[in-house]
Ligand binder design. Structure first.
Ligand code: SF4
Length: 235
């Protein structure tokens, strides 16, 4: 069972990939300020219990964390230790989060070995952010190293660090103002992964994609399924 677990909400734009952040877009549509970071009512979701004293979410649950914030945002520093204790308590479940702030991971987590059930993936949306974040992120003693190139904003050469990566996931941008994804960039990353025997995934096409020089608009409900169909051997 996969469960969204947003322990806090709100964020600050960090780099080019944040330009059309869906958290900001969604909040703006209801007049909410996304830059205010607050603890949600679901803060203790993984350890919530029912009347009989059993965990509400059973063993084996996958908690997808912090999809309306960044787990390593500064404002959450006083709250993070509680969430880390929930992750240690629920060793029978897995946790996944994405960050654009790999430079904060070490200072925010005392001992990364205590979290074999937590995957921290890092977003590197273009060559500039790959060159900046990959050396920091990939030097950490993480059990699984996943590079997320989404929204992919240009061609990315992974060669300097590809030997340290376990998995690469690429994807386009959704929304009205989505920047264009060129399918040639996706194929190029896939080739690099194939050569280095690194796992590869094409997560979503985004709303606008160029294939063989032609621009296509992909409706939201087909962006994931179209990407899945693009390569037979990606997962
Ligand atoms: S880091 Fe993620 S959640 Fe935060 S502003 Fe950027 S895209 Fe949005």
């Amino acid at each position: 069972m996969e469960v969204m677990y947003n322990c806090w909400h709100g964020c600050h734009k960090k780099s080019e990939g944040c330009a059309h952040c869906y958290v900001y877009r969604r909040d703006a549509s209801i007049g909410k300020d996304s830059s205010i970071v607050y603890k949600t009512t679901n803060f203790d979701l993984p350890v919530k219990k029912d009347r009989k004293g059993n965990y509400k979410y059973p063993s084996g649950t996958s908690f997808m964390m912090c999809f309306s914030s960044d787990f390593f945002i500064e404002e959450a520093d006083p709250w993070r230790k509680d969430v880390l204790s929930f992750i240690r308590e629920r060793k029978d479940c897995s946790f996944y989060c994405l960050t654009k702030r790999p430079e904060r991971i070490k200072a925010c987590m005392e001992d990364l070995d205590l979290y074999p059930n937590l995957t921290i993936a890092c977003t590197m949306e273009n060559q500039r952010r790959f060159d900046e974040r990959a050396p920091i992120y990939l030097s950490l003693p993480l059990n699984h190293k996943e590079v997320m190139i989404e929204p992919m904003l240009g061609k990315v050469d992974l060669s300097s660090h590809i030997h340290l990566i376990d998995r690469v996931v690429v994807g386009g941008e959704s929304g009205e103002e989505a920047r264009v994804l060129n399918f040639d960039w996706v194929k190029d990353v896939r080739e690099q992964c194939k050569k280095a025997q690194v796992s590869f995934g094409f997560h979503q096409t985004g709303a606008r994609i160029i294939v063989d020089g032609k621009l296509y608009r992909i409706p939201r409900n087909r962006q994931h399924s179209q990407a899945r169909k693009a390569f037979k051997d990606q997962y």
